[in-house]
Design a protein around this ligand. Structure first.
Ligand code: SAM
Length: 308
């Protein structure tokens, strides 16, 4: 029997020769910006979603799994995060999570695409929940690498740097934000017990890319800590990597995570707690083996790409 396909789909490559499609129930808004093709749509299975260049960036179903996993481990690990730099994160959900921490005095958010931000402000209220209007937030429109290079030159410092960027794709706007040279700049703007984290693609769907991102960070920082969560919107396990000269989130005990969450945030989160923390940092054996086997790293001359 022939399968009847809906005529409007988001078709996303998830690895070489393998893809995923989702029915577009309705398009809520779409725009071709200077850098990217942006759409907010109601997708089957995921609900309201942000799609950039045909890739689901986050959906109402599980954006909290991704954003809380990205933000809280590094924020909780730093003894007192006051100045935080976020590169990317157009939906405003990453700064939303950063702002929950009472110690935060300033969050600088740098996104390359003004139209994505305008789009998010208008159509993604469930994500940013008014965070763009918080007095602690300074929004900069520009390339994250350029910003961090100038910040290093000016001697500007941060306690935590969070990289919430689109995946590295050939010709994409963030490819040069996954290289050794870039992580060297990140290290320059981190003070003392500073710590960075990046989303790092999937250790199961694009394992080489994940390992290369981890290795690139490991060439720059003394301590590199990979971890994962599950994100259905991204079709499986999703990976992150932290880098620091002093700290690793993996060293925190469950009791300490619970204590810091209580003292610094006060309310219970939807995804992240001490139990979730332990789970995210306990990598399955095949992923540990993958990270031991692959030795490549990415440079400006030889970057890494995910399939598009
Ligand atoms: N969680 C997401 C994912 O991996 O699917 C990332 C989401 S967030 C929407 C990605 C943001 O990165 C977008 O808002 C995009 O405009 C921004 N971006 C891409 N390249 C950038 C660059 N070079 N500098 C700063 N922001 C950038």
């Amino acid at each position: 029997m022939a399968m009847k396909l809906p005529w409007k789909l988001v078709v996303e490559w998830i690895s070489e020769g393998e893809g995923c499609f989702r029915e577009i129930v309705s398009v809520l808004a779409e725009k071709r910006t200077r850098f990217q093709e942006v759409m907010v749509a109601e997708l089957s299975g995921l609900g309201k979603s942000l799609v950039i260049d045909g890739k689901v960036q986050s959906s109402l179903l599980d954006e909290h799994w991704y954003h809380e996993a990205l933000v809280h481990p590094v924020m909780i690990t730093h003894p007192r995060p006051r100045r935080v730099l976020v590169l990317g994160g157009g939906e405003g959900a990453t700064i939303r999570e950063v702002l929950r921490h009472r110690s935060v005095e300033e969050v600088v958010m740098v996104d390359i695409d003004r139209d994505v931000i305008e789009f998010a402000k208008k159509h993604l209220g469930e994500w940013h929940q008014g965070s763009f209007n918080d007095k602690r937030v300074r929004l900069v429109i520009g390339d994250g690498r350029e910003y961090i290079t100038n910040a290093a030159r000016r001697g500007e410092y941060f306690d935590v740097v969070i990289l919430d960027l689109v995946d590295p794709t050939e010709g994409g706007p963030a490819t040069k934000l996954y290289t050794v040279e870039f992580y060297e700049k990140v290290r320059e703007v981190l003070r003392g017990e500073g710590i960075m984290v990046t989303q790092a693609t999937s250790p199961t769907l694009t394992p080489r890319v994940y390992a290369v991102v981890k290795n690139s960070i490991a060439r720059v920082f003394r301590i590199t800590t990979p971890y994962v969560t599950y994100v259905r919107s991204y079709n499986g396990l999703w990976g992150f990597v932290t880098g620091s000269d002093k700290l690793s989130p993996k060293e925190l005990s469950r009791e300490e995570v619970a204590k810091r969450l209580r003292e610094r945030i006060g309310t219970s989160l939807r995804f992240y707690d001490e139990e979730t923390h332990t789970w995210m940092f306990s990598l399955p054996k095949p992923i540990r083996e993958l990270l031991e086997t692959i030795k490549d790293y990415a440079t400006d001359k030889n970057p890494v790409y995910v399939p598009v």
